[in-house]
Design a binder for this molecule. Sequence first.
Ligand code: FE2
Length: 376
Amino acid sequence: MSTQTFAEKIAQAQDFLPINGTDYIEFYVGNAKQAAHYYKTAFGFKSLAYAGPETGVRDRASYVVQQGKIKLVLTSGLQSDSLISEHAKKHGDGVKILALWVDDAYDAYEQTIKRGAESYLEPQTLTDEFGEVKMAGIYTYGETVHMFIERKNYDGAFMPGYEKWESDYNPSDAGLLYVDHCVGNVDWNRMLPVVKWYEDVMGFVNILSFDDKQINTEYSALMSKVMSNGNGYSKFPINEPAEGQRKSQVEEYLDFYEGEGVQHIAVATKDIIKTVTELKARGVEFLSAPPEAYYDMIPDRVGEIDEDIKKLQNLGILVDCDEEGYLLQIFTKPVEDRPTLFYEIIERHGAQSFGAGNFKALFEALEKEQEKRGNL
Ligand code: FE2
């Protein structure tokens, strides 16, 4: 284990691309109206803005929903030959744009293009009565895009082109606060080139790495490297499949997404027990809880935690720790028909890592159960 803290590693990032955090995440989906309803009903997002034929946009419908600092844009194409419809046809519902909030979108574009980025959208300034938003975009892995959004001179609901979306249907929120990290799945032998891309083009640093010896089960394995910008507000772990006895979960994703893309979005809460209880009541499906032995081992493995372990166990919430503290996390099942995108709910108590300890612990717990049955 490296002796550097996360803060020390992050401090080595280059500062040519200052990022204030995630601005929004845009999905290209088959039916944006229904997707928006799902995020409101199941996850507790609120209506924020809308763009479509009624607002003068002819080729698409976009619904923006918000919870805490998290803004999701659900977009559908209105004709079969639109690039949005083609994206949804190929990949299923999925993330198209990971938008980053910057102070200078034109400069962000220039700096990254200069370092080898492929252009998606040349810098442009959009204006309306609420001010101006500057934006530009570059491709990252697969067909996924990083959009740079500069909104310091804007005080409208979302951005020019959108109208405020007032809805009579406003379910209560679920305590989701901000995007903690977004994970990308890339193809065989593509993790290192993508990591190098984040280093060279974005000035990010690699703060954590796992190889297939650390993240594996008897059947499946993956490799991962976590990339972070200079203030730690923007973290993109990159996964690549690894050889196992059976198909790796990353490989399954690549097969069904038909390419590289966003695997999971981790959203932070300050009260994971409350949040998960709420989400379950609204129909969000989570991966099943690990065996009892996993929870019996928490005091030894993690040390003292504030939460009642019994409550965590009832909800299937996982616990992990690093040198700086502990974290609580749980993963949803995929939120569409294809086994592709899912969500992670995370509550950090000092720990800056990503829960890799849970893989091993989960495994050991499984074997302990197996042993109890006399089958090990
Ligand atoms: Fe994660």
